[in-house]
Design a protein around this ligand. Structure first.
Ligand SMILES: NC(=O)C1=CN([C@@H]2O[C@H](COP(=O)(O)OP(=O)(O)OC[C@H]3O[C@@H](n4cnc5c(N)ncnc54)[C@H](O)[C@@H]3O)[C@@H](O)[C@H]2O)C=CC1
Ligand SMILES: O=C([O-])CC(=O)C(=O)O
Length: 341
């Protein structure tokens, strides 16, 4: 992603050689963003427009998308952009889509948990997933809307009811946890963040976010106090932004960056690029919980392999046991909602 983004930016700087890549050698891929006029949706649409793997970019929201689409469409990159607004245009936005990214829904305000968003966002996600099942049942779905720990199980239930559920194609986007863990680790270990890798497993809320700093590379000799502080900061990263924004929403720019990295990885997988591995919240058997975030190998059908946790420190083993009850109840809450409604 980072290199393709750089390539796009370089291309912009050299208008006479506007196509630094051969369009013919890259498959056509339609990407749809649902919630494209929002705080995440707008910068994410920009980043997806810069991605040379995208040939068609469909921007959908309940309002505001004609303007966002017109704006983004003037950028000098491969994809054709179209804006869609309102229920009656949702089908058109989704038809033929390879990857659907969902940042639709309300964000947190200070004092709220992600679960406090459930009542509003569960219904939004359910109706959008019902439309996905109808108009692009084989698309890869990247779920950003919170609470991710519950919205992914909701999506799975909706897809099951529609008879089109493919567990390989449904992803909860937890990339921002990895982005934060990398930044915080690089700062503490005093290493170049571009070289850092830190797996983050579990879920996407508070203690369910479990960064595995014992597996972080490059290795650094951090104290247990440092590891605990880094873990807490990663778990509270979203709240840190919510408080700093003081009522004006939650992470949007860093989330758009993270969402673009993850969507790019999905596109690379679809296109047959080997060894594409990202952490994501997926249907899983690596613990007793039916959904769990861990490293996932991406391929032509979506999930190619859910990778195991690897060796954990005693501190991480404790964190894993601690997160299970909360993650389990968030999963059950989502499933119950989808079954009842
Ligand atoms: N997975 C993650 O790591 C993260 C998730 N989030 C979540 O992403 C979601 C969006 O956050 P923001 O963009 O900041 O919110 P926002 O309020 O700025 O934008 C949300 C957009 O969704 C649209 N929307 C609402 N109902 C819709 C529907 N039925 N169909 C299509 N669009 C609809 C709104 O019109 C709005 O444009 C929130 O639930 C937030 O908690 C935020 C940051 C990180
Ligand atoms: O904290 C929030 O509400 C938004 C989010 O998921 C994040 O920034 O990780």
């Amino acid at each position: 992603m980072r290199s393709s983004l750089l390539r796009s930016v370089k291309t912009l700087a050299r208008p006479t050689t506007a196509r630094a890549y051969s369009v013919d050698s890259v498959p056509s891929r339609k990407v749809t963003v649902l919630g494209a006029a929002g705080g995440i949706g707008q910068p994410l649409s920009l980043l997806m427009k810069l991605n040379p793997l995208v040939s068609q970019l469909a921007l959908y929201d309940i309002g505001g998308t004609p303007g966002v689409a017109a704006d983004v469409s003037h950028i000098n990159s491969r994809s054709e952009v179209a804006g869609y607004m309102g229920d009656d245009q949702l089908g058109l936005a989704l038809e033929g889509s390879d990857v659907v990214i969902i940042p639709a829904g309300v964000p947190r305000k200070p004092g709220m948990t992600r679960d406090d968003l459930f009542n509003i966002n569960a219904g939004i996600v359910k109706s959008l997933c019902t439309a996905i099942a109808k108009y692009c049942p084989h698309a890869i779905v990247n779920m950003i809307s919170n609470p991710v720990n519950s919205t992914v199980p909701i999506a799975a239930e909706v897809f099951k009811k529609a008879g089109i559920y493919d567990e390989k194609k449904l992803f909860g986007v937890t990339t921002l946890d990895v982005v934060r863990a990398k930044t915080f680790y690089a700062g503490k270990a005093n290493v170049n963040v571009a070289e850092v890798n830190v797996p983050v497993v579990g879920g996407h809320a508070g203690v369910t976010i479990l960064p595995l700093f014992s597996q972080a590379t490059p290795k650094a000799n951090l104290s247990q106090d440092d590891i605990q502080a880094l873990t807490k900061r990663t778990q509270d990263g979203g709240t840190e932004v919510v408080e700093a924004k003081a009522g004006k929403g939650s992470a949007t720019l860093s989330m758009a960056y993270a969402g673009a990295i993850f969507a790019d990885a999905c596109l690379k997988g679809l296109n047959g690029v080997p060894d594409v591995v990202e952490c994501s919240y997926v249907q899983s058997t690596i613990t007793e919980l039916p959904f769990f975030a861990s490293k996932v190998r991406l391929g032509k059908n979506g999930v190619e392999e859910v990778l195991g946790l690897g060796p954990l420190s005693d501190y991480e083993k404790g964190g894993l046991e601690k997160l299970k009850p909360e993650l389990k109840s968030s999963i059950e809450k989502g499933i119950e909602f989808a079954k009842k409604n």
